[in-house]
Design a protein around this ligand. Structure first.
Ligand code: G6P
Length: 612
């Protein structure tokens, strides 16, 4: 939800900022802007993507060794040049970029208007520019102090960078609720929404905490204070992330690369944790909370989007294997519905980015009621990873494509290990089965590899259905979340309406939609409800719907009924989601490419949703 970057050092800022914006573009891509310090603050901005900004600045003065830039996902005000960031103060001496939402912006705006400030945009951000300027003018304080005073008037979430013409070597950055990382080079500093634009220059980073303000000045040490004016010592950490992990590596799209990375990302998520020979699962990050987990009377999983689907798989896993009741909650609902929480409840928050605002708020709520909160995050050092009591990283590596793929399977792998670990310790599954399950789980990455060889066959199916307007995805039991996730993947990147449904519920509504045009994707692997799913397929066929079935290798029965069968290797029921999701990812990908959609940056979406 908006990407921000700033730079000060010996290099020309423009190339660093533009490259950084490209890396952050997954966070928002409806408009972009840049501000370069070169005696004056030179601001260039436009509607569209970062590449449009590059065209827009052709022939302009883009010199300067200090600057900041922004790629936007609109919240207040439609995406256009005027609403794009940076925003100037009235006299153009100050400029601000912002990620987040200023909730009391309307009040601040009318107060500032009454004092004679003229607003040019519809954004909430512009109030910050005028407010900081107003404080500077009247209180005659340093820039950072004016920012601090201004932030004391602000309600909402923000990551901001402020530049001032009168402070040509200074960047002031602050955060609350939205992420911000500072890169510390030898004689240069970087500020960004995440570490991806920074790591090619330095591995030394400072993760800013909420309500902190950093003063980043050329050739001087960084200073950090809180909005309540307490001094903080900056804590520099080493970041482990390779450059190749955030580049396309020969694939046409990040999404395809990330789908293909799954054998590797799944192995990484299990490495050092799944110790088959010793018959052990080792989840170091939550070791301290193991006993609590074993004794838990209830587990609540909270997440959004694809991570919520992983949570649903988690519900089936933990209830089935570990026999602990589980509820799965959309974070956005959970946080506002006055949920009943007990101190012995365990909350598991799942988030790829670790920045989703609703999930963060759900965590804070659970903590305030005394519950224990464990995280499953992909981004190391992210806000959610830090806000939870303990957690397990998924180790899927950076996920750039907006539609989540490898992060989902890694989340499910972690939940599977959690469920098995509790089950093994509680004795809710016999030892012999436990050992067999570990062996089967270890074999999953190889099975995903095998499924990836079906890519051409899936492409042929995509070719047939690329022009449909609607589709239904059906599954039961462990495969229901797979159906939900398959439908979400298709709608978000191809803009084809897709609904995931419990197969048996189809007759209570969606069956009315079925005609000879309607593809119905059914996950019909050989598990407990196989026979029932076959009946559901018959019901679709009786209404001339088209069946695309994901089946277990060697299946004859569904093959005789379905229009297309995608065969996946046999595995235990509870492991099917880890492999059955993969062909559906490929199907969505190919359909979206054939429809000329922007697969990595689908319209209106953003990867990291830092607003509620
Ligand atoms: C956005 C992304 C999804 C993601 C969801 C939750 O909608 O486009 O891919 O599943 O946010 O994000 P999180 O980072 O918390 O998993």
């Amino acid at each position: 939800m908006c990407g921000i970057i700033a730079y000060v050092g010996p290099r020309q800022a423009y190339p660093v900022l533009i490259k950084g914006l490209h890396r952050l573009e997954y966070r928002g891509y409806d408009s972009a802007g840049i501000c370069l310090m070169n005696k004056n603050l030179n601001i260039y901005k436009c509607k569209g993507k970062v590449s449009d900004l590059e065209k827009h600045v052709k022939g302009e003065d883009i010199g300067g060794t200090l600057g900041m830039a922004h790629t936007r996902w609109a919240t207040h005000g439609e995406p256009n040049e005027v609403n794009a960031h940076p925003h100037f103060s009235q006299d153009k001496s100050l400029a601000v970029i912002h990620n987040g939402i200023i909730e009391n912006y309307a009040t601040l705006r009318s107060e500032l208007k009454n004092r004679g400030y003229k607003f040019v945009s519809d954004t909430d951000t512009e109030v910050l520019a005028h407010l900081i300027y107003d404080i500077l003018k009247h209180e005659k304080v340093k820039l950072e102090e004016a920012v601090r005073i201004a932030l004391n008037h602000v309600i909402g979430a923000y990551a901001i960078v402020v530049l001032s013409k009168d402070n040509p070597d200074k960047i002031v950055a602050a955060r609350k609720g939205s992420p911000m990382v500072i890169g510390v080079g030898e004689d240069e500093y970087f500020v960004a929404s995440d570490a991806t634009p920074i790591i090619e220059y330095t591995n030394n980073v400072i993760f800013m905490n909420d309500e902190e303000i950093a003063v980043i000045e050329r050739d001087r040490p960084i200073q950090i204070r809180t909005v309540r004016n307490q001094k903080k010592t900056p804590y520099v950490q080493k970041m482990e992330m390779s450059l190749t992990a955030i580049e396309k590596g020969g694939f046409d799209h990040f999404m395809l690369k990330e789908i293909y990375e799954q054998p590797r990302s799944l192995r990484d998520s299990m490495r050092g944790r799944l110790l088959v020979n010793q018959g052990v699962i080792n989840l170091g990050g939550i070791k301290e909370y193991e006993q609590k987990l074993l004794n838990a009377k209830r587990i609540i999983i909270t997440a959004c989007g694809t991570s919520w689907h992983a949570g649903l798989v988690g519900e089936y896993l933990i209830e089935d294997l570990a026999r602990i009741p589980v509820e799965v909650e959309y974070s956005s609902e959970f946080r506002y519905r006055n949920p009943i929480l007990y101190e012995d409840d365990i909350i598991i928050a799942i988030s790829q980015s670790g920045e989703t605002a609703d999930t963060l708020a759900a965590i804070e709520l659970a903590k305030s009621k005394g519950a224990t909160v464990l995280g499953i995050c992909n981004v190391v050092g992210s806000s959610i990873a830090r806000a939870t009591h303990a957690g397990v990283y998924t180790h899927a590596g950076p996920e750039i494509g907006v539609a989540s793929t490898k992060a989902f399977t890694a989340q499910v792998a972690i939940l599977t290990m959690m469920a098995l670990k509790i089950a093994g310790s509680k004795g809710t599954i016999p030892r012999s089965k436990f050992q067999r399950y570990l062996t089967e789980l270890e074999a999953i990455p190889d099975k995903v590899e095998k499924i990836l060889t079906l890519d051409d066959q899936i492409k042929e199916i995509a070719e047939i259905y690329k022009d449909v307007k609607n589709s239904i995805y059906l599954g039961r039991g462990y495969n229901l979340p797979v159906a939900y996730e398959g439908a979400l993947k298709l709608k978000e990147i191809s803009y084809i309406h897709a609904e995931g449904y419990p197969a048996a519920e189809m007759k209570h509504g969606p069956i009315a939609l079925i005609d000879e045009q309607m593809p119905v994707v059914v996950i019909a692997t050989k598990n407990g409800t196989y026979d029932k799913v076959i009946s559901n397929i018959m019901e679709v066929k009786a209404r001339h719907g088209k069946i695309i079935a994901v089946v277990t290798e060697g299946d004859e029965q569904v093959r005789a009924l379905a229009d297309h069968c995608i065969e996946i290797p046999e595995t235990e029921d509870f492991l099917v989601p880890l492999i059955a999701t993969v062909p559906l990812q490929l199907l969505s990908y190919h359909i979206a490419v054939m429809r000329h959609c922007n697969v990595d940056q689908p319209r209106n979406l953003a990867k990291s949703v830092t607003v509620e």
